[in-house]
Design a protein around this ligand. Structure first.
Ligand code: ATR
Length: 275
């Protein structure tokens, strides 16, 4: 019998059909001529444990996790690296010797997107404002503090969620959602991590008057690519960073962990994902 040496990875979720991950990873598999496959696997919550055992038994190199399985996978991983622990969420699992090791690649994705788009940006040059305190905000805040941002100002509609973050992270200040337009003074970076501005979601109402013209503005929403926030900020002279790069860059360390090659984000990949 011939041993099947093809490396296998997947994204698991429900629904999972909308996921861009198969397109991204299969693009790199083809580009690098790797004998591997990456598929989307729709798994109902009641079948998750059984399906995880199957992935391990069938020799998968690992998988990405999307809704609604993130919490459960976080809980059942055999080990969690520093990033998964700090963010409190797993989006990528590698399987070695039958053990599931959880990590979080959103931190890398966020930082690399800013660095790739605005190479001259200095994270240490001033405070950052983060809108939102959900799962994505945790990864963004951890990334900012790791890059040496002197102060992170968090504004969230539900204030106690932001206050919980302030207990977990240093150099973090919580401000009222109603006063969100007042926290921009001397800020160096503004990041929207809320779902506002996304297609079908409410518009993000912000008075940008106090935002310094040299501040960089990043929206992690990428559908639409040019959100109203980014358009308004670009119109007043701010440098902007769109959200698609975070999605693309967060996939790179996962691909490397499974298939041994750290791929690049190129214009063709960006074009295909946005098509
Ligand atoms: P994700 O994993 O993408 O971060 P999430 O954990 O559900 O998703 O977080 C969504 C974020 O968008 C939260 O900060 C949420 O604010 P609440 O904590 O108050 O729920 C924010 N958000 C979503 N809809 C909003 C709205 N209409 N107005 C203000 N904030 C909103």
């Amino acid at each position: 019998m011939t041993q099947n040496t093809k490396a296998k990875a997947a994204v698991i979720g429900q629904p999972v059909g909308h996921s861009k991950s198969p397109l991204i990873h299969n693009y790199w598999i083809e580009k690098h001529g790797i004998d591997a496959s990456y598929e989307a696997i729709d798994i109902a919550p009641e079948n998750l444990e059984k399906e995880l055992i199957r992935l391990v038994d069938e020799g998968y190199a690992g998988f990405n996790v999307t809704r609604p399985h993130k919490e459960k996978v976080f809980a059942v991983c055999d080990s969690l690296d520093e990033l998964a622990q700090a963010v409190g969420a797993v989006n990528t699992v590698t399987i070695k010797n039958g053990k599931m090791n959880g990590t979080n690649t959103d931190v890398f994705g966020f930082t690399e997107n800013i660095k790739a788009t605005r190479p001259a940006f200095d994270f240490k040059a001033g405070p950052a404002v983060v809108l939102g305190a959900g799962g994505a905000a945790r990864a963004v805040i951890y990334a900012l503090l790791k890059e040496g941002v002197p102060e992170v100002r968090v504004v969230n509609r539900t204030k106690n969620k932001a206050q919980t973050l302030a207990r977990d992270f240093k150099r973090l200040r919580v401000h009222d959602w109603e006063k969100r337009s007042e926290v921009f003074a001397e800020s160096n970076l503004l990041v929207n991590t809320t779902s506002m501005g996304q297609s079908g979601q409410p518009k993000l109402e912000l008075d940008l008057t106090a935002l310094p013209k040299n501040a960089v503005v990043n929206d992690i929403v990428y559908a639409p690519l040019m959100t109203d926030l980014l358009r308004d900020c670009e119109d007043r002279g701010n440098q902007i960073v769109t959200g698609i790069g975070m999605l693309l860059h967060q996939a790179r360390p996962a691909f490397e962990a499974w298939f041994g090659v750290l791929p690049d984000v190129d214009a063709e990949l960006e074009k295909r994902v946005l098509a």
